[in-house]
Ligand binder design. Structure first.
Ligand code: OFO
Length: 169
């Protein structure tokens, strides 16, 4: 496997592992603040991010590279409000998208079209995740400080969680 591509893939493994921890921290905060629907959504998403990481680990190893299992920095423990949770989430996902774009760029520069093809799944996934985070934030902006609205938001999130999260790719 090309060295630059392998390095960029390993950086992405680190990013996905950090994402999983980040969502886990948001799940725990939500649970501790009585937002059980949001907690369920975040726990499920944390599992999905771990799956994204595993998919990369397997790809690197199968292609003759060496996946590096990273140590992970501690995610934030406290958030001021639920809106702040989703603002942080969106900022985080924008950073992950930048990293995926960088990976795509390296693949093209090194003419690694197989990896480029593989990475397209992540490009589509990031698009979806950013759109989801933006729509959640829009809802929270509309709700403002209305506790009834917040209750409904949390309940809707609970119902939105797919019991079988997308682990198909
Ligand atoms: Fe891995 O999908 Fe977002 O971070």
């Amino acid at each position: 496997m090309n060295n630059r591509v392998e390095k960029a893939l390993n950086e992405q493994i680190h990013k996905e592992a950090s994402s999983s921890q980040y969502y886990l921290a948001m799940a725990s905060w939500s649970e501790n603040n009585g937002l059980n629907g949001t907690a369920k959504f975040m726990y499920t998403h944390s599992d999905e991010e771990r799956f994204h990481m595993l998919k990369l680990v397997k790809f690197v190893n199968e292609r003759g590279g060496k996946a590096v299992i990273p140590s992970i920095e501690k995610p934030p423990l406290e958030f001021s409000t639920l809106k702040n949770v989703f603002e942080s989430l969106l900022k985080h996902e924008i950073g992950v998208t930048e990293s995926i774009n960088n990976l795509v760029d390296v693949c093209l520069q090194e003419k690694d079209y197989t990896t480029h093809n593989f990475v397209q799944w992540y490009v589509a996934e990031q698009l979806e995740e950013e759109a989801l985070a933006r729509s959640m934030l829009d809802k929270l902006k509309l709700i403002g400080a209305d506790s009834g609205g917040m209750y409904m938001f949390d309940r809707d999130l609970e119902n939105a969680v797919n019991p079988e999260p997308n682990k198909t790719a």
